[in-house]
Design a protein around this ligand. Structure first.
Ligand code: AMP
Length: 221
C-alpha cells in the first residue's frame, strides 16, 4: 500500500499531475473538488450542501468534506493505495486523515507539494477549461483541444469553471495561503514532504514527481 497526497495552490497543476501520475503508476486518483463537482452536476444532497461554498471559493465545512472523502476511501479499489488531490486542505482534515489511516501498514507515505509563482497561477486559472464528462483539463493558451469546445479524449463538452473567474480566483488563493499552506510544514515535520517545481511542460513536471517517489514502490506496480 502506498498513499500519496498532492498539495499546491489552485492552478499549480495538482489535478493534472495527480491524474497523470495515477495513470502512470496504476493508482486510484481521488480529487475532492471532482467529487463535489460530480455531486453538484447530479443535484445530490451533498452537491446542494457544497454549492454556495464552491461558488464563493471558500472551503466546504470539514464534517461534510471529511465524510465524503472517508466514504470514497473505504471503497475496495482504494485498498492498494491512492493519490489524494485537494484533500486534506487544512490541519483538521489532515488530522482526520491521519487517524483514519492509523491501522498498521496504512499511512500517508509521501506528500508532493507542487510550487508555482502567484502570477503564473492566475494566468493558468484564467485559461483553464474542463471536460464536463471526464474532467480532463485544457489550457486555452498552452494546450488547447484539437476541436474548439470538445474534449480530445472523450468528445465531451468543455466548460470554464465558474470559480475560475478573477474575483473567485483571488478568494481561493487567499484561502489556500491562509488554510492549506500550513499543511506544508505539518508534512515537512513528519518527513514526508517533497517539493517539486510546477513550471515547464506537463511531462517534465510528471518526471520530477515520479523521481521524488521511492524506486521500490514504482517497481512493484
Ligand atoms: P478544487 O477543484 O480542488 O479547486 O476544489 C473546488 C472547490 O471545492 C474548492 O474551492 C472548495 O470550495 C471545494 N473543496 C474541494 N476540496 C475541498 C476540501 N478538501 N475541503 C473543503 N472544500 C473543498
Amino acid at each position: 500500500m502506498y498513499n500519496i497526497v498532492f498539495v499546491g495552490a489552485p492552478g499549480a497543476g495538482k489535478g493534472t499531475q495527480a491524474s497523470m501520475v495515477a495513470r502512470k503508476l496504476n493508482m486510484v486518483h481521488i480529487s475532492s473538488g471532482d467529487l463535489f463537482r460530480q455531486a453538484l452536476e447530479q443535484g445530490t444532497e451533498l452537491g446542494k450542501q457544497a454549492k454556495a461554498c464552491m461558488e464563493r471559493g471558500v472551503l466546504v465545512p470539514d464534517e461534510i468534506t471529511i465524510q465524503m472523502v472517508m466514504e470514497r476511501l473505504s471503497a475496495p479499489d482504494c485498498e492498494k493505495g491512492v493519490i489524494l488531490d485537494g484533500f486534506p486542505r487544512n490541519l483538521t482534515q489532515a488530522e482526520a486523515l491521519d487517524s483514519a489511516l492509523s491501522e498498521p501498514g496504512k499511512t500517508i507515505d509521501k506528500v508532493i507539494h507542487i510550487k508555482a509563482a502567484e502570477a503564473e497561477l492566475i494566468r493558468r486559472l484564467s485559461a483553464r477549461w474542463l471536460c464536463r464528462q471526464c474532467q480532463a483539463v485544457y489550457n486555452m493558451v498552452n494546450s488547447p483541444p484539437k476541436v474548439a469546445g470538445k474534449c480530445d479524449k472523450c468528445g465531451g463538452e468543455l466548460y470554464q469553471r465558474p470559480d475560475d473567474k478573477p474575483e473567485t480566483v483571488k478568494k481561493r488563493l487567499g484561502v489556500y495561503f491562509a488554510e492549506t499552506a500550513p499543511l506544508i510544514d505539518y508534512y515537512r515535520r513528519q518527513g514526508k514532504l517533497s517539493e517539486v517545481a510546477g513550471e515547464g511542460s506537463m511531462e517534465e513536471v510528471t518526471r520530477r514527481i515520479v523521481s521524488a517517489l521511492p524506486e521500490e514502490k514504482l517497481v512493484t506496480r
